[in-house]
Design a protein around this ligand. Structure first.
Ligand code: DC
Length: 237
């Protein structure tokens, strides 16, 4: 679309549709898509599998030294899967057992430094769409386009429930609601890079937008930012 590649940072609460938008943008623009949440989830999976005591900083550092994360492009799904020490862990990282602990793990300073250092390296060549909680505020504070996504909490609960029900029909809507509320609370109140809208991010509330409307709106912003890199933030509802 544009010869001038930019960095697109997408932040927001859990289950706002950040990854759906990010994947579609990456495909349309031929950019790399990086799901930064998958990195925190893979680290959590490693900690759980190896019984790492999250409250012990030395044990956390020792564990991180044994973790190698890599995104590998999957031809079938046309998106990148996260590999933990050469194992494709995509099938496990969205299980409830990981979802229940990931916000706690992502709040640990050493874990964030480890993940953020890799994320910054991935953006060196631009042409990247990354979604998460601190992408526009901490990982890429100079990103040409920052989007802060939000949606009605009940819309998010239903979306997440449908997604999780597909692989776990025993899940209840109450469990999903509780997990989302808890994660939103921990993610936005933690000391290290809490979730908040960057001053120069555009607010995108997608409660009532269709996927196509959302994508077309954001593609217009990309076109604009690729030629005019420093406009002011604004709101779209
Ligand atoms: O996007 P997600 O729900 O897969 O993210 C899982 C958790 O990881 C989320 O509860 C908060 C954390 N996270 C973070 O702290 N910073 C990021 N950039 C991405 C995710």
């Amino acid at each position: 679309m544009s010869a001038h590649k930019i960095i697109i940072a997408i932040d927001g609460f859990s289950s706002c549709g950040k990854s759906t938008l990010a994947k579609e943008l990456a495909q349309r623009l031929e950019y790399n898509y990086i799901d930064s949440g998958a990195m925190y989830r893979a680290i959590t999976l490693y900690f759980l599998r190896n019984f790492i005591d999250f409250s012990d900083h030395d044990k956390v550092l020792e564990a991180l030294a044994n973790i190698n994360l890599l995104f590998v492009f999957n031809e079938e799904t046309q998106t990148s899967d996260i590999h933990l020490n050469d194992e494709d862990v995509e099938p496990y990282i969205r299980d409830m057992i990981v979802s229940e602990k990931v916000s706690e793990v992502a709040a640990i300073r050493e874990v964030r430094s480890f993940a953020v250092a890799q994320q910054k390296r991935m953006g060196r060549k631009k042409g990247i769409v990354m979604d998460g909680r601190d992408i526009g505020t901490a990982v890429f504070p100079d990103a040409e386009l920052k989007i802060f996504m939000t949606a009605d909490p009940e819309v998010r609960v239903v979306r997440r429930y449908k997604e999780m029900y597909a692989t776990n029909p025993h899940i209840t809507i109450e469990e999903v609601r509780h997990n989302l509320e808890l994660r939103d609370y921990i993610d936005s109140t933690r000391e290290e890079s809490p979730l908040h809208q960057a001053a120069d991010a555009i607010l995108l509330d997608n409660s009532v937008l269709t996927r196509e409307e959302q994508l077309e709106t954001v593609l217009e912003w990309v076109k604009d930012r690729a030629t005019n890199p420093h406009p002011q933030g604004s709101a779209v509802h």
